[in-house]
Design a protein around this ligand. Structure first.
Ligand code: MN
Length: 442
């Protein structure tokens, strides 16, 4: 990532917002993520902690941000700690941030070397009553080892300052990160724009007999060529029945003539993500069965997007998609019975087993609550969500006619809630049957 992609006004604003939610006389400490390893010294890569990045713009390992808005010394109100480089690091890993660069990126005037963190914190710690510490609060990350940089900071701090109170920084970041600023929307739009070219490139490249990973390579080329940092997640390039495995990403099967490919991919640009899914026929022409399923999913998605607006709650787009999909499956004879009964008994779940989408931002499945005090969250301007209904007919489902088996369709776009409605950030990624077939005919 090139640092000039984001003006530091964004991070200054984010910190202001964060600090406004801190209780009086408290210190917040945010740490970076660890550099992760596979085997031996092979590095899996570095992904910054998103809360730290959100508040500082610093995309370097071994960084700590300390915020103490009520500090009586003005230059203790915000301190950024970065690691001091040396000749050895320079020769093996290249340049690291200087203090001046860190200030320019973050807008934080006081930058110190990491080795001075403990001493400098000591000066402030006994002035304050409470620490806010970062922690990944996703339910899937709670492991027995508890040994992330955040875990280590929590145990170090509690040992060193046992009589302070402790609060969760994530409770604040989860709330403020959910409402995107103009700068963030601009970055997410850029990510979505890169996905347009990536998808079109794949449509031009695909031919019967190609391997799924060859299509992945086309995606990768186009997004890196356009300044994206990386795929937002391991892309799903699922031909034929592979589309029925929701998180398939082996991507090594042959794309057969007559099959459809489901491609679920995201672009990470300046640490902000897009997340889109499209399906297309390997040979350029959808079969009648593929078309029938595709059109139901598209109708469901468009109907759901219509209610992804202020005045509706989080679950309404899902409910709308369930109705359209259940009716569609009824019309095709894939379900039978009464529409309302099928919905209330969730008969559609055999074919549509996931929900409508998720919040989108610096995390692909972004932070933010879906319910508040047990009630579905009302949609607000500047939230961004994905809308991604799907129908998947198992290749082994002998209760349906053979012609339907192994068809899997999902269509996904990134929807920004606006004051007057919504804006589909990924709207230029071709989506209708006619548009896709026309592009492939060239
Ligand atoms: Mn998604």
């Amino acid at each position: 990532m090139r640092y000039e992609q984001i003006p530091n006004s964004l991070f200054i604003k984010n910190r202001k917002n964060f600090v406004s939610k801190m209780k009086p006389n408290t210190i917040a400490i945010l740490t970076s993520n660890d550099v992760k390893h596979n085997n031996a010294d092979d590095v899996m890569g570095f992904t910054q902690n998103n809360d730290l990045f959100y508040l500082s713009g610093i995309d370097q390992e071994d960084s700590i941000l300390v915020l103490y808005p009520d500090a009586y010394k003005k230059n203790n109100k915000a301190i950024l700690f970065v690691k001091e480089t040396n000749e050895h690091i320079k020769i093996w890993d290249g340049e690291k941030l200087t203090k001046e660069q860190a200030t320019a990126i973050s807008g934080i005037e006081r930058v110190e070397w990491l080795q001075d963190f403990e001493t400098l914190l000591q000066y402030m710690a006994f002035e304050a009553d409470t620490f806010y510490l970062g922690h990944n609060e996703h339910k899937k990350t709670l492991t027995a080892e508890m040994n992330t940089q955040q875990d280590r900071m929590i145990s170090w701090c509690k040992k060193r300052y046992p009589l302070h109170d402790y609060k969760r920084a994530a409770k604040i970041t989860r709330e403020i990160r959910q409402i995107k600023s103009e700068e963030e929307i601009g970055l997410m739009q850029k990510a979505a724009d890169i996905s347009v070219g990536s998808f079109k490139r794949v449509l031009k490249a695909v031919k019967p007999g190609m391997l799924e990973y060859e299509l992945e390579a086309e995606l990768t080329f186009e997004l890196l060529k356009n300044g994206a940092k990386r795929h937002a997640f391991m892309p799903i390039v699922a031909s034929g029945k592979n589309a029925c495995a929701l998180h398939y990403n082996t991507n090594d099967a042959i794309c057969e003539d007559g099959d459809m490919v489901l491609m679920d991919f995201g672009v990470c640009y300046a640490n902000y993500n897009s997340d889109t899914t499209r399906c297309f026929p390997v040979n350029g022409k959808f079969t009648d069965e593929q078309k029938a399923i595709y059109q139901i999913v598209l109708d469901a998605q468009e109907a759901a997007i219509k209610v992804a607006t202020v005045g509706h709650h989080w679950n309404e787009p899902h409910e709308v998609s369930v109705t359209v999909i259940t009716q569609g499956l009824l019309d095709l004879g894939l379900l039978s019975g009464e529409l309302e009964t099928l919905i209330s008994e969730m008969a559609y779940k055999r074919f549509y087993m996931h929900r409508i989408g998720h919040w989108l931002g610096m995390d692909v499945h972004d932070v933010g609550d879906y319910k508040i005090e047990g009630e579905w969250r009302a949609l607000e301007p500047n939230m961004v969500m994905t809308v991604e209904p799907g129908i998947y007919i198992s290749p082994d489902d002998e209760t349906v006619a053979k012609k339907w088996r192994g068809i899997g369709v999902r269509i996904e776009d990134d929807v920004l809630i606006t004051k007057g409605g919504n804006d589909v950030l990924s709207k230029d990624v071709p989506k209708t049957i006619a548009d896709i077939e026309a592009l492939m005919a060239r």
